[in-house]
Write a protein that binds this ligand. Structure first.
Ligand code: DI6
Ligand code: FE
Length: 393
């Protein structure tokens, strides 16, 4: 992909991308490249007809957690629903117990392994949420591990505090008490220690009401965090409209979002993060209103939602495939949703496209056409990954 707007995918054929330090120095047709920028042959990655895209941006993951939910998967296949399991104290809360029990090294190693899988598939920027700690210490520990993974994996990690993911068991039905903890302790501590870039909440019948989510997002916004919202995933609670009204960067999931909610998102510049892995894995039937998103011009982002309960998807390319097959995105829209439209959700304006002056985050692919990135299932055509000018694989 390149700055050309006329070709599908903004494609440049027989192109060359020159990298200098951590930046893209030049991009265009190979014969036009300035001689002084063309490096010694040893530093050239020759793709032999393959394609280069921006490094992929996975803008929604929960990739740090203890245990798995394979037993719950069996229960769901036996007929139990995700909501029933959650209301019976399983679901997210079972991962909270496993995450609290796990020592830091275990969480770091399992998280690093999952992040390495994403990088293997071309990811150079990832968002990681907390939300399986649900007490101040455990939430901050998750965010610290997320920050540490950026160093281990040499990629950009954007962190999101998701304290309002579920009501932890020690609070019984004291919702007020827990929300006060999130707003008055968790958020200030996370901000004070520089551990969070954004705040998120799960707006859903089995989680928090719109009023409760508004309180959490406002508390985060007042302290300078960017706002995200898990909205209208399993029912229409007005989450899309709430995200828009609060000026959130994104509303995520959106299967049940109303037309009015989507229109409000278009007005406020709130992006839609589509998570087809969760739709697929939970066997959902209702698709997000992609036609409406398209017609009112809301940017469509595609992410893995990598998490143990609803989307154990460690392949961003699988997410692209599901976005096309299940949600009806074109392969070009899907790729756009993990590059150009994804970076602004994380306020990272220096990436997501291949343009001189931007960060040299690039994924190189052994494919004959970019639609192949959404087409193959279970294959990984990633040939090389460059992050901030450094080759990672
Ligand atoms: N929606 C989701 O799909 C994930 N979190 C959320 O708010 C699921 C998290 C889980 O089931 O562990
Ligand atoms: Fe999620």
């Amino acid at each position: 992909m390149s700055p050309t707007e006329t070709e599908p995918y903004g494609a440049v054929r027989d192109g060359l991308v020159c990298v200098s330090g951590d930046r893209i120095a030049w991009v265009g047709p190979a014969p036009d490249a300035p001689a002084e920028l063309v490096a010694d042959p040893g530093a050239v990655i020759d793709l032999d007809g393959g394609w280069v895209t921006p490094g992929l941006v996975d803008a929604h993951t929960h990739l740090i957690f203890g245990g798995t939910r394979a037993r719950e998967f069996e229960q769901r296949l036996g007929g139990a629903t995700y909501e029933e399991i959650a209301r019976a104290g399983g679901g997210i809360l079972s991962t909270v117990a496993a995450t609290r029990d796990a020592d830091r090294g275990t969480l770091e190693r399992s998280g690093a392994g999952r992040l390495a899988r994403l990088v293997d598939h071309g990811v150079t920027t990832v968002e990681i949420k907390s939300g399986y700690g649900l007490d101040v210490e455990s939430e901050l520990r998750m965010l610290e591990i997320a920050r540490a993974l950026a160093e281990t994996a040499s990629v950009t990690v954007h962190t999101t505090l998701l304290g309002a993911h579920a009501l932890p068991p020690e609070f019984g039905d004291d919702r007020e008490g827990y929300l006060a903890l999130v707003c008055d302790e968790m958020i200030p501590e996370a901000v004070g220690r520089g551990l969070a870039d954004a705040v998120d909440a799960f707006c859903e019948g089995i989680a928090f009401s719109p009023t409760e989510c508004e309180r959490v997002l406002r508390a985060g916004g007042e302290r300078g965090l960017a706002l995200r919202l898990h909205a209208d995933q399993l029912s229409d609670t007005g989450g899309a409209g709430l995200a828009a009204r609060l000026g959130a960067r994104s509303a995520d999931h959106l299967e049940y979002a109303s037309v009015e909610g989507i229109e409000a998102m278009a007005e406020s510049g709130t992006a839609a993060v589509l998570l087809p892995g969760a739709y697929y894995f939970l066997g959902e039937r209702r698709r997000p209103p992609v036609d409406v998103l398209r017609s009112v011009g809301v940017p469509m982002v595609v992410a893995t939602d990598l998490n143990p309960g609803s989307s154990p998807v460690a392949s961003p390319l699988m997410a692209l495939n599901l976005a096309c097959v299940l949600f009806g995105l074109t392969p070009e829209e899907a790729l756009n949703g993990m590059t150009r439209s994804a970076a602004p959700v994380l306020a990272l304006e220096d990436r997501g496209v291949i343009r001189a002056g931007l960060r040299a985050d690039l994924a190189c692919w052994s494919v004959g056409h970019p639609a192949e990135l959404s087409y193959w299932i279970g294959a990984n055509p990633c040939a090389a990954v460059v992050c901030a000018g450094r080759r990672l694989r």
